[in-house]
Design a protein around this ligand. Sequence first.
Ligand code: NAD
Length: 347
Amino acid sequence: MPIVKAEDLEELTGRIFAARGVPREDAAWIATLLVRANLRGHDSHGVIRIAQYVTSMEKGTTKPTPTIRVLNETPTTAVIDGDQGFGQVVARRGMELAIEKARAQGLAAVALANTNHVGRLADYVELAARQGMIGLMWVNAPLALGVAPWGGAARRLATNPHAVGVPGRSGAAMLLDFATSVVAEGKLRVKFNRKEQAPPGWMLDGEGHPSTDPPKYYAEPRGSLLPMGEHKGYGLALAVEVLAGILSGTGAASAKVGPVRNGTLMVVIDVRRFLPLEAFSRQVEDLFTWVKSAPLVENSKGILIPGEPEARTEADRRANGVYIEDETWAQIQAAEKGSTRPSPFQG
Ligand code: NAD
């Protein structure tokens, strides 16, 4: 069970993709985001994805050198065709374009089609927050479903995450980023690779019965994740299908099955068009101080602002290294040697 330093893990990850024809700068960016997910405590979106991405490249569903094109552009909107490139590369381009348009116009919406798994949404809305802008982002995956609708017992939706990045005085003041299922599917992958049980309330087995056994999610008949917050997470997931799937041209969830294609919508709002950044930051800080002043319930670990748990984990893991389960490490070593280890995960 290796514990690896972040710099070493980034170097190794970048090398694996560069060796497969991904341009060096893109490979380094993909590596930065994967390792950042581990550092921020979301191992579900970290180096566990190397095997998925390598398999996807081998199948030809991820192109190392895509021709990314901007379609249907106006001063405030754009649709980008990612040409089946790495999601990390296409989504960075999309967010940079949205920030540029929002700086010029105050508000921008950029949609991405033909794009592979973008990973953690927080990293992109943080790019906007670092520029004094609010970043919003939604993502669907219409060919790779895993979530039951509220009241249903089989997969009809993807985990359809939702993210909001709020600017602060230095960096982001808040990074809210969650799947609209109880947890991201990758959290089941981590449990699967660690041979651990899932907590009750995460999933149903293939017969629609509550289960805590991750292999039952991946085996036929396939199990499903439950929506977070009952009907509310389900409703939000449906909204994400419309915003990220239909609007981007990627499409909404249906009976079609295929590789992970993240339909994506990014909205960026320039705070300075509404009020001075200083007044905005002061009010955000007052809000957080007020919320944190509530008395704590018994055994509470404290009141946190979204993004704070990840910042704490990052400080710890940067200092002490990233723990990687044996199965994931074996997959990474196989990828480094140019082979692949069979994986039950869809990619
Ligand atoms: P999660 O359930 O761990 O929720 C994370 C969010 O909750 C973060 O904003 C975090 O700061 C906040 N949070 C956690 N504890 C808190 C506390 N005590 N107080 C206040 N806020 C707190 O995350 P998840 O739903 O499992 O999603 C994990 C990641 O998976 C996300 O980064 C998401 O973008 C990613 N994801 C990606 C895809 C994709 O297809 N690309 C799909 C689904 C999820």
